[in-house]
Write a protein that binds this ligand. Structure first.
Ligand code: ZN
Ligand code: ZN
Length: 281
């Protein structure tokens, strides 16, 4: 299974442990590399983002870890960039100011129009999700989900980044209640976004967090989307989106087997020399 994880959150954003705890755990697991990807700073208050005034401390601390453990583990600094139209800064702004090694682009907050509150599609509580659909999209799930994917597409078209994070996670709290994953309109949205991902040479993240947190019965992306990923020849990466060191390689064994069954043979790996293919095993 992969001996690296490029998507994790420490106390600098909404993780539950110090950066050092992750590094020590990664070394115990025999990892070759580890990437921190705190939620990017946003120009408004959230419960999960890295605070602007903490960016320098994040740089300093991860630099110290890079040097201190250089002979044991490659440590990378990244951000999981939130894209909110009009509001979020251009990804290049934080890439430069945070001196990141690579970037993950994700949508967690959906804009239903300038001035409106944002729809938070993630987190542990489906109530927030349901309230957003009711209050911001007139209770119309199709309108809400379409807006999520259009915002995702806008991110892909306008921002520079490497990995697209959990790109169908909008269905997590739906859990087959308002629509089915096999509904044609929903599959069309998945298809459109994947075409764009392919066009922009992005890496699709296979994110295990929904499964091991028991918030979803399926991976992000799910089996249908993964089959399309395979058909299109889009590169993949496996990550656990860890918020605690105990989650560093959660369900990696299962995912590798599953991906092999779907016909995947390779995944992407990042090193100081950039991205390269690696045999999936
Ligand atoms: Zn995320
Ligand atoms: Zn994350």
């Amino acid at each position: 299974m992969p001996d690296y994880n490029l998507h994790q959150h420490s106390l600098f954003s909404d993780g539950k442990a110090e950066t050092l705890d992750y590094v020590e755990k990664a070394i115990r697991l025999g990892f070759s590399s580890l990437g921190f990807s705190e939620h990017s700073p946003l120009p408004f208050n959230t419960s999960f983002s890295l605070k602007k005034e903490r960016v320098q401390a994040y740089i300093n601390e991860t630099d110290i870890l890079k040097h201190r453990f250089a002979d044991k583990l490659e440590v990378f600094r990244s951000l999981e960039m939130d894209f909110v139209p009009v509001l979020s800064e251009d990804f290049s702004f934080w890439a430069m100011n945070c001196k990141t090694d690579y970037l993950i682009g994700s949508v967690h907050l959906v804009s239903s129009g300038t001035g409106n509150p944002l729809w938070f599609t993630d987190g542990p509580d489906p109530k927030t999700y349901d309230e957003g659909i009711r209050n911001l999209f007139d209770g119309d799930i199709k309108k809400a989900v379409k807006t999520f994917f259009h915002q995702t597409n806008q991110m892909i078209e306008t921002q520079e980044f490497d990995i697209i994070g959990h790109f169908d996670k909008v269905k997590m709290h739906n859990a087959d209640r308002f629509f089915k994953d096999e509904d044609k309109w929903y599959r069309n949205l998945i298809g459109e976004t994947l075409e764009l991902i392919k066009k922009k040479n992005l890496i699709v993240e296979i994110n295990t967090r929904g499964l091991y947190k028991k918030r979803s019965k399926k991976l992000f992306p799910d089996d249908y989307a993964l089959k399309r990923v395979k058909e299109l020849g889009v590169p993949i990466i496996i990550s656990s989106d860890a918020h605690h060191p105990s989650e560093l390689n959660a369900m990696f064994d299962f995912v590798v087997d599953y991906l092999k069954q779907l016909g995947f043979n390779e995944m992407m790996k990042f090193s100081d020399s950039g991205w390269h293919d690696l045999e999936l095993k």
